[in-house]
Design a protein around this ligand. Structure first.
Ligand code: ZN
Ligand code: ZN
Length: 356
């Protein structure tokens, strides 16, 4: 333990604090274990002088949190923040991220990207949080085929999305049909006057989409699952949290079904977890939260809102698709299954979810 270290006030903020912020900015995220290594290296360098290195295990959570607190105070005036959330998919490890407090896809995921790529990222988010996120099928993830399907903006019929596209240049029509192949010669545009609108209508080639997706995975914005689904990482969720709520939720419909949902236990966003068996109930739980949640309820595994027994076999996230028996019969038939799910969506979600 190294309890004689005291947190500096931001005014007297020192080289160790500066190095910590730089490390966090360079990586984008840190888990506590990664933070221990970073701080041990920093302290060895700052306090060292050829002597003993500081062991990562000697960095306590309290010390790490002190560094985070000081860093937050230092970056807040610049509209940055350091937020944390648990990783919903990988065992719930907490992740700290350096975020732009007023982020939208263009300012953050879109940094150093072309207007065409920024417009594509917005369509990809619409695919995840609108098209593939309905009351009956809350996938909030897309497979590669679905990601390619929005390589170019949809024509007129996609107007059903326009009510959630307040920030996403919803009227960016004028592109070509989006299911044909890799021969994009640029959209014709429809008299759009701004470069952004023209770029939005042009779309990306399939090969460009695939390389953008892999760079978003490499940069830690997208996860790609074993079953081939792309979803937002904790870093992207922390970065886009307010934007997602403002873009996809209806503030006047608080008790109704909303596209962006929160865990009943921890109140963090749920894109991978469980849902109440009652299709119209809005209660959602992370897998990583359920044990502790049920422990506090004396073994009574009933939905806290509607009282329906909680069976834990109705899912939010890609398992809403992959838990279907049809999906499990063979990966070769995967594409057909997701298309079946889409047909169900297009038909108003009449298909029973969660198996047959
Ligand atoms: Zn939770
Ligand atoms: Zn319920």
């Amino acid at each position: 333990m190294n309890d004689d270290w005291t947190p500096p006030i931001p005014a007297g903020y020192n080289d160790a604090n500066r190095a910590f912020i730089q490390a966090l900015m360079a990586r984008g995220t840190l888990t506590f274990r990664e933070g221990q290594k970073v701080l041990a290296a920093i302290k060895s360098a700052v306090e060292g002088g050829g002597g003993d290195d500081v062991a990562p295990e000697s960095i306590t959570m309290a010390e790490f949190e002190n560094f985070v607190r000081t860093a937050r105070e230092a970056v807040e005036p610049l509209d940055y923040d350091i937020r944390n959330m648990r990783d919903q998919v990988r065992g719930g490890e907490r992740v700290w991220a350096f975020v732009n407090a007023h982020s939208d896809p263009a300012t953050q995921l879109g940094t150093a990207r072309s207007p065409e790529e920024v417009a594509y990222i917005k369509r990809l988010l619409d695919a995840m949080f609108d098209h593939h996120n309905t009351p009956r099928l809350e996938v909030m993830a897309v497979d590669e085929g679905q990601a390619l399907r929005v390589s170019r903006p949809a024509r007129g019929p996609a107007a059903r999305d326009s009510n959630v596209n307040t920030n996403t240049n919803g009227g960016m029509g004028g592109g070509e049909e989006d299911d044909d192949d890799d021969d994009n010669d640029g959209g014709t545009g429809d008299g759009s006057t701004t470069a952004a609108a023209a770029a939005a209508s042009r779309g990306l080639k399939h090969s460009e989409v695939l390389s953008l997706l892999s760079s978003l995975v490499a940069e830690g914005w997208l996860d790609k699952s074993r079953d081939g689904f792309y979803s937002l990482t904790p870093r992207a969720l922390m970065e886009l949290w307010s934007w997602l709520v403002a873009t996809y939720n209806d503030p006047d419909a608080e008790s109704e079904w909303q596209r962006i949902k929160f865990c009943e236990a921890c109140k963090e966003i749920v894109t991978y977890g469980q849902r109440c068996n009652e299709p119209d109930c809005t209660i959602r739980l992370h897998d990583i939260c359920e044990d502790a949640f049920w422990r506090t309820r004396a073994g009574d595994r009933k939905c806290p809102k509607c009282g329906t027994p909680w069976e834990g076999n109705h899912f939010v996230g890609e398992r809403a698709v992959t838990s279907r028996s049809g999906f499990q019969r063979g990966r070769g038939r995967r594409r057909r299954q997701t298309e079946a799910a889409e047909v169900a969506h297009d038909n108003g979600g009449v298909e029973e979810e969660g198996g047959e």
